[in-house]
Write a protein that binds this ligand. Structure first.
Ligand code: BTN
Length: 265
């Protein structure tokens, strides 16, 4: 739903930028309350056919979107932001983009000495609890991306009563309340760096970090895709970010995404 992007911008959002940014964060708009930063970024990308790296951030969202049509609960205290990218890639490479930014998120959160891991394909977790989610939406033809919207929902200062079941926040894990705007700039700096690695072909370095940060590598898991369930051991991630599952029979299966993943043992 188009909230009326001009009307939103007429609310005079606070504006800033990330110093020395190559792409992500050259323009940052902060809002107090929006429906969904992903939705806003999508409308903006449809209207303005050029330009990438614009960031829209908000203190709260009234209709935050999660993966698979779920709602992303967005109370005050969390950090919610989205940005527009226009990589020259095919839709098949989009799942890799999610992982590029998952690694970039982990790099920042590990500075807090938290044992942060990536639960493929798009969750950032501390133990079994989710601390951050990534939603990548695309506008594309059959073989080329027109634009991508990358949305990040980070449970930052959110206290326990504002969190959904099985979620945690930076505050709950560390007792520290980090300013949302400071955290945003740290995140964007990391995102800009990793997106540059991606664009310049340094995929192997990113995948190696994904393996290092993975909560599922070498574990037995159950993957759910629609009504189908696959079980086996995660033995690798390839250079497309696909998960390689070795089943009981010894056969290897490759998955670019899944609706749900559960570690079984
Ligand atoms: C997930 O389901 O784990 C992905 C959640 C992504 C939520 C973020 S919050 C900022 C951006 N705007 C949205 O409406 N969704 C994403």
């Amino acid at each position: 739903m188009d909230e009326g992007i001009l009307r939103i911008f007429n609310k005079k959002p606070h504006y800033s930028k990330l110093d020395n940014s190559k792409i992500i964060g050259k323009k940052i708009y902060y809002f107090d309350r929006v429906t969904s930063t992903n939705e806003m970024a999508f409308s903006l990308a449809m209207k303005n056919k050029k330009g990438e790296g614009v960031v829209l951030a908000a203190n709260t969202q009234t209709k935050g979107k999660g993966r698979l049509g779920r709602t992303w609960h967005s109370p005050e205290g969390g950090l919610y932001f989205s940005f527009i990218l226009r990589p020259d890639i095919s839709p098949a490479r989009v799942s890799l983009i999610t992982l590029v930014f998952a690694v970039a998120v982990v790099k920042v959160l590990r500075r807090l000495n938290l044992d942060i891991q990536i639960k493929w394909p798009n969750d950032i977790v501390v133990g079994a609890k989710k601390i951050c989610g990534i939603l990548v939406e695309m506008n594309s033809t059959a073989d080329r991306i027109s634009f991508l919207i990358v949305g990040i929902g980070m449970n930052n200062k959110t206290s326990q009563h504002g969190l959904v079941y099985n979620a945690t926040s930076i505050y709950e894990e560390t007792g520290i309340k980090i300013d949302n705007k400071e955290l945003l700039l740290d995140m964007l700096e990391s995102f800009d760096k990793y997106y540059f690695h991606f664009k310049t072909g340094h995929i192997e370095k990113i995948i190696n970090e994904l393996k290092l940060f993975s909560s599922t590598l070498n574990k037995r898991v159950m993957l759910k895709i629609g009504t189908k369930i696959f079980e086996g051991k995660v033995v690798d991630f390839d250079n497309d970010g696909a998960l390689i599952l070795k089943t009981e029979s010894g056969a290897k299966q490759r998955f670019l995404s899944a609706d749900n993943l559960r570690v079984v043992r």
